[in-house]
Design a protein around this ligand. Structure first.
Ligand code: TZP
Ligand code: MG
Length: 213
């Protein structure tokens, strides 16, 4: 499997977009180099989630980029998304795998070593690890685990680790140097109109790193 899909994930949040088009933001981010899109919309009813999901899926399909749905396995099924991203309190990954089958991607959030130990037998494809740094995008985020936490986890698993929480172009390189395989980002990409440029800045760090190796 192409591990590069786990490099650079845009995690959506219409609240930050302040009325601007989510479809445009997703397309611009893909044009800037996003390798995965996670549709994460809170406070939304299922019908609206499905409606938005179908629109976003058309865009991700056009560019052959995987679309993951945050939390809601039934929404992922309904729109034939490429997978789901589950939190510790969402559907158990074993059940999600039964429902979605082997060909879909399942990601799981990990905030502490204890959560990892509890979840390490689950049939997931990658872990979303964080918050690494402080973030204002998740009100119930746990204490940041820092680079030390990320590095520690990376020694315990071969599965891709996507770091999340407070990721910017200033700290992406250190993430990659401390066990992160990729990053998942909300505000640094969606903070202003320049979604394509913001994504490109992050993408460039992956490209440079490849040159360095
Ligand atoms: N999970 C842990 S931190 C976080 C989520 C969804 C929010 C990340 O947002 P940002 O703006 O990239 O810090
Ligand atoms: Mg969740």
């Amino acid at each position: 499997m192409n591990k590069k899909i786990y490099n650079l994930c845009l995690v959506t949040d219409r609240d930050i977009l302040n009325g601007k088009s989510l479809e445009k933001a997703v397309e611009d981010s893909i044009l800037g180099g996003a390798t995965m899109i996670q549709l994460r919309e809170k406070n939304i009813c299922e019908n609206e989630f499905i409606e938005i999901g179908k629109k976003i899926k058309k865009i991700t399909d056009k560019y052959n980029i995987p679309l993951l749905i945050n939390d809601k396995v039934n929404v992922a099924l309904e729109i034939d998304a490429n997978g789901v991203h589950l939190g510790q309190d969402d559907m158990n990954p074993v059940k999600a795998r039964e429902i979605l089958g082997e060909n879909k991607i399942i990601g799981l959030s990990i905030s502490t070593l204890e959560e990892f130990k509890k979840s390490k037998e689950y049939p997931v494809d990658y872990y979303g690890v964080g918050p690494i740094y402080p973030t204002t995008s998740k009100s119930d985020a746990q204490k940041p685990m820092g680079l030390e936490g990320l590095k520690e986890l990376s020694k315990l698993t071969d599965k891709p680790l996507m770091a999340i929480g407070g990721i910017t172009e200033e700290n992406t390189l250190e993430i990659l140097e401390n066990g992160g395989d990729g990053i998942a980002v909300i505000s640094n990409i969606l903070k202003d109109e320049n979604v394509k440029r913001n994504t490109k800045k992050l993408k460039t760090i992956f490209e440079k790193k490849e040159l360095m190796e």
